[in-house]
Write a protein that binds this ligand. Structure first.
Ligand code: DAT
Ligand code: MG
Length: 151
């Protein structure tokens, strides 16, 4: 595997419920590297762009209203296999089906309030990082722990 980047966002419910440190900690302690982070309230138009793949779904409007209803913690995390494994840390879309030990399994109950977003593949990761961040917001640095995480 090689280094890749994924877009992770704590939705307004996760922020309001005080889960920022809990969620950031799960990615951090796993060994992934934080490359960008910011707290923003997206506009509804921006939310529609982010979820454009779902525009035909009946829940699209409510979903975009929700994402734009308050602060979202937008992040980019880097590491080997982080796109796929990040989804694993997050758990299934419907928290009723998420395993205990996953973020949604541990902290969410219904699909409309599942507290976190994660890119679902390399293409969406690239598109979502470009939508939410300017290139200069992605911080390039060497993690001191890298040699202990990757050998
Ligand atoms: P994920 O967030 O796991 O990638 P997705 O991309 O299919 O899931 O959908 C995006 C979000 O839309 C999801 O996190 C919550 C909401 N959503 C998905 N399916 C839904 C449904 N059947 N009813 C209500 N909201 C739904
Ligand atoms: Mg998705």
């Amino acid at each position: 595997a090689e280094m890749e980047r994924t877009f992770i966002a704590i939705k307004p419910d996760g922020v309001q419920r005080g889960l920022i440190s809990e969620i950031v900690s799960r990615f951090e302690r796993k060994g992934y590297k934080l490359v960008a982070i910011k707290l923003i309230v997206p506009s509804k138009e921006f939310a529609q762009k982010h979820y454009h793949d779902l525009k035909e779904r009946p829940f699209f409007n409510g979903l975009c209203d929700f994402l734009s209803s308050g602060p979202v913690l937008a992040m980019v995390w880097e590491g080997e296999g982080v796109i796929k494994y990040g989804r694993k840390l997050i758990g299934a879309t419907d928290p009723q089906k998420s395993e205990p030990g996953t973020i949604r399994g541990d902290f969410a109950v219904v699909v409309g309030r599942n507290i976190i977003h994660g890119s679902d593949g390399p293409e969406t990761a690239k598109d979502e990082i470009a939508l939410w961040f300017e290139p200069k917001e992605l911080v390039s640095y060497t993690s001191n722990a890298e040699k202990w995480i990757y050998g």
